[in-house]
Ligand binder design. Structure first.
Ligand SMILES: [Zn+2]
Length: 167
């Protein structure tokens, strides 16, 4: 493994020298939780005018509201100052451009010989439909406040625009 992480560890040495975030509180200063995709084209703070300390960022493949997302939101709401939630998938997401989980399983099996069928990837070719259902999962979760504001929106990776689709 020697060398594989040298670039990021060296960069961190520079970061530490000019570190300015000491003393930030763990409570989300602007009360926001953002559920978005792991896609490396997404810069979640800058796109919404946020800075470190402002928001809880939850990321996974496809920006899906999974059981783990809900678990994290419950903690974020009751312990970490979150009082509003945005669910934000994006244009060009692989998780919404395949026909279903089978296609992903088949692709990985063909390329690497690995059988991933024990995993649920939560792909959905109906991205907007999935977003509406995910937003409803949060709105109707029995442990989350019924009046918690939840917005579903799409992030355009070509323009940077966030377009609300469910609010
Ligand atoms: Zn994605």
């Amino acid at each position: 493994m020697s060398g594989v992480f040298d670039d990021v560890l060296a960069a961190n040495e520079d970061y530490v020298r000019t570190f300015t975030l000491a003393g930030l509180q763990p409570v989300a200063a602007r009360g926001l939780a953002l559920v978005t995709c792991m896609d490396s084209r997404i810069e979640p703070l800058e796109m919404l005018g946020l800075k470190p300390g402002d928001a809880k960022i939850l990321r996974n493949a496809g920006a899906r509201v999974t059981d783990d997302t809900l678990r994290t939101l419950v903690l974020a709401v009751y312990l970490l100052g979150v009082n509003r939630v945005i669910v934000l998938p994006h244009t060009g997401c692989k998780m919404a451009s395949v026909s279903g989980d089978e296609e992903v399983h088949d692709t990985i099996a063909a390329r690497y010989g690995v059988d991933t069928r024990s995993l649920e990837f939560h792909t959905d070719s109906d991205q907007i439909g999935a977003l509406h259902r995910d937003v409803e999962r949060i709105r109707h979760h029995p442990l989350l406040p019924p009046d918690l504001p939840v917005m579903g929106a799409i992030y355009d990776v070509d323009t940077g625009r966030v377009t609300p689709v469910d609010m």
